[in-house]
Design a protein around this ligand. Structure first.
Ligand code: PMP
Length: 417
């Protein structure tokens, strides 16, 4: 029931017939028919109240297993207090772009801390993770450059590439290689002229499948072809690596040229950053349109991200707990017969296949007091619909027992396992 995929395919795409809004009416008809068929609407559910791992919807307490708040830090009193103090000191908005009146010392301090955290000379914050990908990727790709993107990369990566393509009048050559396949990447890189500028873009942890990029292999191939590597760590920092520092820590060494991450997940805030060599970050700072033409990250989000970063540095035990409970969930889902496919992190998809069966499964969980996310076409390829479950370090063992018990009971009742 999503409107369109990354390529802009709408289920109801019809000719305009003289009125631009005709497509909206056609979409509404299709939407209403789907709603009638289903009898409920699984998206945009409004949460009335949050209490740690509990979300209140329609007056009912639901156990949240659909959040990217991996370390539970958006609920940590230290993070909340930091945000409140920043509002008191700086107000609620920066009311302008970084370029002009919208830079606070908080931006610069956070950038210096982040650069140090990821072991790079410089970092730059954007207002959202989405804008970070849009701004950094579209700034870096110049006319006639080649970009290589894993087929399972997040939509914001693809939108960064489309944005660059539009800016450079279609001269950028876009290659999408098979998921996590260094062989296919190698093949694509070989097809590009040796002297072309080349950027390989990959997620560190893939957002729907919950698997980890084979960064050592990808990096080896990229280096061999003189390509630069851009690593999206949205679901990796705070989640993988011995102390939760992400994909490079997982592999034990630096393997990328640029690291990007959002603050909306492990950092319990909103915003994003890109880190790398000083002149590259400075170039993105002056060429990234979402940074120049949009208002900067507000004080509360900056202070929350900074407080979360401090906790992530000083208390690796949260990431370590997350890794233990994720491994337990994967193991126990598999034991009762769920297909979790490639899962190896805190994102554990339960592959259902059929869209409607996935919605029924989602609804049954909802009625039993569990909130998870249904993902259907075009979010995933046809026949690959899934329930995306994700875990937080603050989930208690008893809560996880309940999740396992309910998902197994519902899975059996619907003939999924
Ligand atoms: N990259 C990845 C891999 C993501 O999953 C997301 C969001 N789900 C983003 C970037 C965008 O981040 P944000 O939601 O913070 O804008």
């Amino acid at each position: 029931m999503a409107s369109s995929d990354a390529d802009g395919h709408t289920p109801t795409a019809t000719p305009a017939q003289g009125d631009l809004f005709q497509k909206c009416r056609a979409y509404q008809e299709w939407f209403d028919s789907q709603l009638e068929l289903l009898g409920f609407y699984p998206f945009f559910a409004a949460i009335q109240e949050v209490r740690g791992t509990t979300a209140v919807i329609d007056g009912r307490d639901l156990l949240m297993i659909g959040s990217n708040n991996y370390l539970g830090l958006s609920w940590d009193p230290r993070v909340k207090e930091a945000a409140i103090a920043a509002v008191k000191r700086y107000g609620t908005s920066c009311s302008g772009s970084r370029y002009l009146n919208g830079t606070l010392t908080l931006h610069e301090e956070l950038e210096a801390d982040l650069a140090d955290f990821v072991g790079r000379p410089a970092a730059l914050c954007f207002t959202t993770g989405y804008q970070t990908n849009l701004g950094a990727i579209s700034a870096l790709l110049g006319k006639h450059d080649h970009v290589f993107s894993d087929r399972f990369n997040h939509a914001s990566v693809m939108d960064g590439i489309f944005h660059a393509s539009g800016r450079r009048l279609g001269t950028i050559k876009v290659h999408r290689y098979a998921h996590n396949s260094a062989e296919d990447l190698d093949r694509s890189l070989r097809s590009a002229p040796a002297d072309a500028g080349k950027l390989v873009v990959t997620d560190g942890v893939f957002s729907m499948e919950g698997d980890i990029v084979r960064l050592d292999e990808v990096a080896e191939v990229a280096r061999r072809h003189g390509a630069r590597i851009y690593l999206d760590e949205a679901h990796a920092i705070g989640v993988i690596g011995a102390t939760g520092r992400g994909t490079e820590e997982h592999f034990g060494r630096p393997l990328s040229d640029l690291i990007m991450c959002t603050f909306s997940k492990s950092f319990g805030s909103l915003g994003g950053f890109v880190a790398g060599d000083r002149e590259v970050v400075n170039y993105i700072k002056h060429e990234g349109r979402p940074l120049i033409f949009s208002a900067s990250m507000p004080p509360a989000n900056l202070a929350a991200a900074a407080a979360a970063l401090k906790i992530m540095r000083e208390e690796p035990e949260h990431a370590q707990r997350l890794q233990r409970i994720s491994a337990r969930m994967i193991r126990e889902y598999k034991a009762v017969g769920f297909d979790v496919d490639l899962a190896e992190t805190a994102i554990v998809p339960l592959i259902i296949g059929d869209d409607h069966l996935t919605f029924r499964f989602w609804r049954a969980l909802f009625e039993a007091g569990i909130y998870a996310n249904p993902v259907v076409t075009p979010g995933v390829p046809p026949g690959r619909a899934l329930i995306r479950t994700s875990y937080m370090a603050i989930h208690t063992d008893e809560e996880l027992d309940r999740v396992l018990e309910i998902t197994a009971a519902v899975g059996r009742r619907l003939g999924i396992i």
